[in-house]
Design a protein around this ligand. Structure first.
Ligand code: SAM
Length: 444
C-alpha cells in the first residue's frame, strides 16, 4: 500500500535564524514575561530585567531558548518536577516578587475595569510557601502492554502525565499516600477502569476518591477495604453517575474544621478551601471587616458547606446562607445543627438568575460574597441599586478571579458603595493564581 507523508502533530523546532533577543519588560496576569521586539510576545519562565533568546511561536507567544542573565528575584525552583509538571508556574520567582506581582495585577485590573487608580491595600493574607494544599487531583494512565499505572500531574501544555510520588505544595497527609497508590490500584486490578484520583487531607482520615468506570467487584471492594484499614485512610468511589460513595458507608463522614473548631462535614466532591492556614486567616479577616454583632442580620452568599456561615452565625443574630447546589445547602444545614446553631436559614438559589434574588431581602446589616470565578454580577448590580435602609452597610467580597471582581466592584462603586479596604490572599503560593478580599461600605 502507498505510504503518504503525514506531518508530525508536534510543534516543529524553530530554525536558529528565527530566534530573537529581547529584554523582559514586565509580567502579564498569568506571570508570563512580556517582551517587545517590537511586537509584544508572552514567554513563560522568565522575569523582568532578564535578557533572553527566544523562538517566536504563533502570533503572540515565544519559547525561551536561553537566558543570558538572571533577575535578582529569580530563585531555583524548589520542586524537583518544576521543569515538566504543569502544576506550579511561578516557582522561579522569589516569594516577595510573587506577592508583589499579585497585588500589582489586581491594581491594574481595577484601573482598567473600574477606573480606580488607588486601592486601600492592607496586609496580605498569607501563610506557608509549601506543603499547603489539602486537596489534589491526580491524572492517571494505564499502560495495557506493561500492565502498569502512571499517576501524577499533567505536563505543562500537554496531556502527558508527569509521574510524581511527592508534591512540594501538598500537605504531608497527601504525600504520605501518593507513592502507595499505583501499587494499590495495580494489585486490586482497577488500573484499566481508573479515571482520576483525588486525595483530600481531611479528618478523621485522609480521603482517597477513585473515579472508576464500570463495576467494582466484591473481591476488589474487600481488597480496598482491607487496604484502607491498614493505611488509616478512607476510600470513596465515584462512578461519574451518582454522588461518590464511601467504600464503608457506616464510617464517619469526612470533615474539615471551621475556624471555631466546628466540624464542617462534606461529601466527596463538595467545595472546600484548598489552603487550611490561609483559609483560617481569610475567615478571620472577613469577620474583622464585617464586624457582626449580636443584633445583626448577615447574609453569606455562595456559602458552600458553611466555611464562613458557621463562624458568622456564632457572632450575629441571624444568618441567611445561600448556595447553588442543593446537596451542599443541605450539608450546610446539617453542619449548623451539629454545631448547635439554630440561627442559620440556608437556601438553595442560583445567584446568577435575577428572579432568584427576588426571594431574598437585602435589608440586612452585612453581606459576604464568595463566588466562583464567574463572579457575582447579578448580585452586585442588585446591591448597587438598592435604596438606603434596604441595603447592607458593609459588603465583604472574597474573589478568586480579579477581573470579575473588578467588574462587580465597579458596579458597586457606581452605586452607593466605596472600597474601604482590600488585601491579596495568597491561597496558592508558587502559582500565578490570585485571590482577593475587599471591604465595601455605604458611601452615604
Ligand atoms: C468559591 S466557592 C466558596 C464556598 C464557601 N464560601 C467556602 O468558603 O467554602 C463558591 C461556591 O459558590 C457556589 N456557586 C457557584 N455558582 C453559584 C450560583 N450561580 N449560585 C449560587 N451558588 C453558586 C459553589 O457551589 C460554591 O460552593
Amino acid at each position: 500500500m502507498a505510504q503518504f507523508f503525514k506531518p508530525s502533530r508536534r510543534a516543529k523546532p524553530q530554525p536558529q535564524q528565527r530566534h530573537q533577543m529581547a529584554q523582559v519588560i514586565a509580567l502579564d496576569h498569568q506571570a508570563r514575561g512580556i517582551v517587545r521586539t517590537p511586537e509584544v510576545r508572552f514567554i513563560e519562565g522568565v522575569l523582568p530585567g532578564e535578557r533572553i533568546r527566544f523562538a517566536p511561536q504563533g502570533k503572540y507567544d515565544g519559547i525561551l531558548i536561553e537566558r543570558l542573565c538572571s533577575a535578582e528575584q529569580r530563585q531555583t525552583p524548589p520542586c524537583q518536577y518544576y521543569q515538566t509538571c504543569g502544576g506550579c508556574d511561578f516557582q522561579h520567582a522569589s516569594m516577595s516578587l510573587q506577592r508583589r506581582h499579585k497585588q500589582q495585577v489586581v491594581s491594574e485590573l481595577f484601573n482598567k475595569f473600574a477606573q480606580l487608580q488607588q486601592l486601600p491595600w492592607q496586609t496580605m493574607v498569607a501563610a506557608q510557601e509549601s506543603g499547603y494544599r489539602r486537596r489534589v487531583r491526580l491524572a492517571t494512565h494505564w499502560h495495557a502492554k506493561r500492565q502498569q499505572l502512571t499517576i501524577g500531574l499533567r505536563q505543562r501544555h500537554s496531556k502527558k502525565i508527569v509521574s510524581i510520588d511527592q508534591c512540594w505544595v501538598c500537605e504531608p497527609a497527601i504525600n504520605d499516600h501518593l507513592p502507595k497508590l499505583a501499587a494499590l490500584i495495580e494489585n486490586v486490578g482497577l488500573g484499566r477502569q481508573l479515571g482520576h484520583v483525588d486525595i483530600l487531607a481531611v479528618q478523621p482520615y485522609p480521603l482517597i476518591l477513585l473515579r472508576i468506570d464500570g463495576v467494582v467487584s466484591d473481591s476488589q471492594r474487600q481488597d480496598l477495604t482491607q487496604w484502607q484499614t491498614q493505611h488509616s485512610v478512607q476510600i470513596a468511589l465515584d462512578d461519574g453517575q451518582a454522588q461518590p460513595q464511601l467504600l464503608v458507608e457506616t464510617q464517619q463522614k469526612p470533615y474539615v474544621r471551621s475556624i471555631d473548631g466546628d466540624p464542617l462535614y462534606l461529601t466527596p466532591g463538595d467545595f472546600f478551601q484548598v489552603n487550611a492556614m490561609v483559609n483560617q486567616q481569610l475567615v478571620e479577616r472577613a469577620l474583622a471587616w464585617l464586624a457582626p454583632n449580636s443584633n445583626d442580620t448577615v447574609m453569606d452568599l455562595y456559602a458552600g458547606i458553611g466555611n464562613f456561615s458557621l463562624p458568622l452565625a456564632r457572632r450575629c443574630h441571624q444568618l441567611v446562607a445561600v448556595e447553588g447546589i442543593t446537596r451542599m445547602t443541605a450539608q450546610l444545614s446539617r453542619n449548623a445543627s451539629a454545631a448547635g446553631l439554630s440561627n442559620i436559614d440556608a437556601k438553595t438559589l442560583d445567584l446568577l438568575q435575577p428572579q432568584a434574588l427576588q426571594q431574598l431581602s437585602f435589608a440586612v446589616d452585612a453581606v459576604l460574597l464568595d463566588p466562583a470565578r464567574a463572579g457575582a454580577k447579578v448580585v452586585a448590580e442588585k446591591l448597587a441599586g438598592l435604596p438606603k435602609g434596604q441595603r447592607p452597610q458593609r459588603i465583604v467580597y472574597v474573589s478568586c478571579a480579579a477581573d470579575t471582581l473588578a467588574r462587580d466592584v465597579a458596579a458597586l462603586t457606581q452605586g452607593n458603595y466605596r472600597i474601604s479596604r482590600c488585601a491579596v490572599v495568597d491561597m496558592f503560593p508558587q502559582t500565578h493564581h490570585i485571590e482577593t478580599i475587599m471591604l465595601l461600605e455605604e458611601s452615604e
